[in-house]
Design a protein around this ligand. Sequence first.
Ligand code: FAD
Length: 276
Amino acid sequence: MLVWKESAAMNVLSQPRVYLVSRPSVDWDQVAAFLEDEGLPPVPESIRAGTDESAAVIEISARLCYMSYGRGRRDIGDFVNNLLSSKDGSVFEHVNYGFVFTGVSRSLTHELVRHRAGFAYSQRSQRYVDESDGSFVIPPAVERGEGGAGDEARAIFMEAAAEAGERYDRLADALDKSLPRDVFDSARDRRKAIRQAARAVLPNAAETKIFVTGNVRAWRHFVEMRGAATADWEIRSLALMVLDVLRSEAPLLFGDFSVDEMPDGTRTAAPMYSKV
Ligand SMILES: Cc1cc2nc3c(=O)[nH]c(=O)nc-3n(C[C@H](O)[C@H](O)[C@H](O)COP(=O)(O)OP(=O)(O)OC[C@H]3O[C@@H](n4cnc5c(N)ncnc54)[C@H](O)[C@@H]3O)c2cc1C
């Protein structure tokens, strides 16, 4: 059986970190000016969003369609659920949340960036940034393995990651010796050429960091797709963490998701109102 000996040089991560770095806000003075200019009832008679500004954005945009300020449904929860159940999803695009995710693997971000509509991405570059001190993300199934075959799976992963890190360093060193200097405009361009080639030997488990901004319609779809039991465990765990944050930020917009625990101890999420 393979036995992994911990190496101080290799950093192995098992949990994503999720930072909510941007959230919506409302300029109530401007809303009041708009209502006054249009001869409509003032805030709060027109907008009944309470303290949840994310829901206020939805309400202000949705009411504009019919100029129904001060009329109709009086309860904001009822108002939002009616939009969700009738799949009036476009108004949910006005509310954006931006996250930084760290401690995620390149395989996770490859799946994440498949989500196109309503998302913006900025990811740590393997061409610019030296990966010599990079970390590796251990897949949840490997992380949880204990005893016997579980130990073996863990040892195989650790060995593969350590070898990949070492090969990256050796390949970068070899390229540093072999690539001529005079064909590059700058030292930076040459470093980039070395790193973009050396990264070829890094695995899917290489850790990355990514800034993701998405609107509520897009985040709801992401959590629905990636919170499903069929999704990969790592991205599912991230989707559940995102849901935890967004449910507390905007309970009216994410409160219809239910969370269940699978027999294997992992969590899943499913919305009452699917793909709005
Ligand atoms: C469990 C699971 C397994 C998967 N397995 C694979 C796999 O084996 N191979 C693989 O390649 N992918 C796989 N995927 C990725 C999947 O096919 C989607 O690419 C990914 O989930 C993004 O979904 P989306 O296109 O609905 O999302 P988004 O790109 O965010 O789009 C949201 C919605 O907007 C609409 N939309 C977006 N773009 C367009 C467009 N150009 N034209 C028309 N409508 C559009 C669609 O209604 C879409 O559902 C898997 C996903 C999951 C969750």
